[in-house]
Ligand binder design. Structure first.
Ligand SMILES: Cc1cc2nc3c(=O)[nH]c(=O)nc-3n(C[C@H](O)[C@H](O)[C@H](O)COP(=O)(O)OP(=O)(O)OC[C@H]3O[C@@H](n4cnc5c(N)ncnc54)[C@H](O)[C@@H]3O)c2cc1C
Length: 383
């Protein structure tokens, strides 16, 4: 694919997903422009960073295959970036503790453990005392299991690392919003940013929760909505937290430890907040009260900051990956909801293969935008 005057591909959206796409495409030799508006509420900037496909309770086989592939992809992507001379900070394999601490969670806990064992992922049931040894602030609990392969990633630094590596390979970056597209002969030919046109042979919309607005300019309905999540960051002064595992209760808030005593407690799930990315008192109260029930040892932790982001959640809660109905050079890569830091880079890898005319190494049929119905207008727009 080549264009004498423009780019092979325009990627719209520079969160983790769009940046990973841009990196994959330049690595494959494409000439790529990444256009990003960096809206307030960008999910990547708030994400907790849990990478734990092994502990997921989602039962759909395609979804689980994508999740496991995503965990595997990180294990090769991080060294790949480092091989490119880009240091990745904020990635560590720390393991994850799944805990049940209320009586009514017993059955769910047993089912979750059985599912993990059926899938033959490495998990180990441990005693509450052992769980507290690994994560000392934990209080009383009924049961616990440990997954050694879980990792955490800082979404901001991973995105920055991908961006640096992509720029080193020739990526062009434009700061601004794509407001519209031009088409001719049933193909997208240009993207428009504040009236400035950029020619391209293909476009991929990776705009997170903002994706539907641009997709609608191509008469495509992508049912993705913002679901606000708030997450608080605290510090345990003088405590070495870097190697503590992630704590993931079955039904309430999780805790993600970082280096230097930093722990993140998240997250609220607020589908009615629209595009309002401001943190609220009610959100923080919920986080603090759940946290103190689960881990009373965090009572003396000091407040660092609260982050809020808008998860891009699709109508069936599964990613939306592939060509827009009615177009063969317009693609979408979004809908990763609460799991986009995990799924995003691998989805990007697969969609990059599709954009370049290759068969993706994992069948994407289950994630096709066409599952929501064909182009509702039945017409493509040439303008
Ligand atoms: C509190 C919280 C906790 C989370 N925890 C986890 C977790 O533990 N594990 C996990 O895997 N995931 C987690 N997630 C989910 C994850 O953060 C998201 O799924 C992921 O970051 C989505 O990335 P994205 O690139 O699709 O979207 P975003 O990061 O939202 O980026 C979209 C970008 O596209 C830009 N854009 C949109 N439209 C246009 C346009 N027309 N022109 C130019 N630019 C445009 C926006 O400005 C923005 O910069 C969490 C999310 C939240 C909010």
């Amino acid at each position: 694919m080549s264009s004498p005057t423009g780019f092979d591909v325009a990627v719209v959206g520079g969160g983790l997903v769009g940046t990973a796409l841009a990196y994959e495409l330049v690595t494959m030799g494409a000439r790529v422009v990444l256009v990003d508006r960096h809206d307030a509420g960008r999910a990547t900037d708030a994400g907790a960073g849990i990478l734990s496909p092994e502990s997921m309770s989602v039962e759909d086989a395609s979804w689980f295959a994508l999740a496991m592939g995503s965990g595997e992809h990180y294990r090769s992507l991080v060294p790949r970036l480092e091989g490119d001379g880009t240091r990745v900070t904020g990635y560590a394999v720390t393991g994850l503790l799944r805990v049940a601490f209320r009586e009514w969670e017993d059955d769910l806990f047993a089912a979750n453990l059985a599912l993990a064992r059926d899938r033959r992922v490495a998990v180990e049931e441990i005693t509450p005392e052992e769980a507290r040894r690994r994560f000392p602030p934990l209080g009383e609990m009924r049961a616990a299991w440990y997954s050694p392969e879980a990792a955490r990633i800082d979404g901001r630094s991973m995105t920055a690392a991908l961006l640096d590596a992509a720029i080193a390979r020739g990526l062009t970056v434009v700061h601004g919003g794509v407001d519209d597209v031009r088409t001719a002969g049933g193909r997208v030919t240009e993207v428009l940013t504040a009236g400035v046109s950029t020619k391209c042979d293909a476009v991929v919309i990776a705009g997170g929760a903002w994706t539907p607005a641009l997709a609608s300019r191509l008469d495509a309905t992508i049912p993705v909505l913002p679901v606000r999540g708030q997450i608080v960051h605290l510090r345990l002064e003088g405590v070495a937290t870097a190697s503590w595992p992630i704590v993931s209760p079955l039904l309430s808030q999780y805790i993600v430890p970082w280096a230097d005593g930093r722990v993140a407690v998240g997250a609220t799930l607020e589908p009615d907040a629209g595009f309002d990315a401001r943190p609220t008192a009610a959100g923080m109260r919920q986080l603090f009260s759940e946290m103190l029930r689960l881990a009373p040892g965090l009572a003396e932790a000091t407040f660092l900051e609260v982050r809020a982001g808008l998860r891009p959640v699709s109508a069936d809660d599964a990613p939306v990956l592939g060509a827009l109905p009615g177009w063969d050079n317009a693609f979408v890569c979004t809908g990763h909801g609460a799991n986009g830091l995990l799924l995003g880079p691998y989805s990007a890898h697969l969609v990059a293969q599709l954009v370049q005319g290759e068969a993706p190494e994992l069948d994407l049929a289950a994630f096709s935008p066409a599952r929501f119905g064909p182009d509702p207008s039945g017409a493509q727009r040439d303008a």
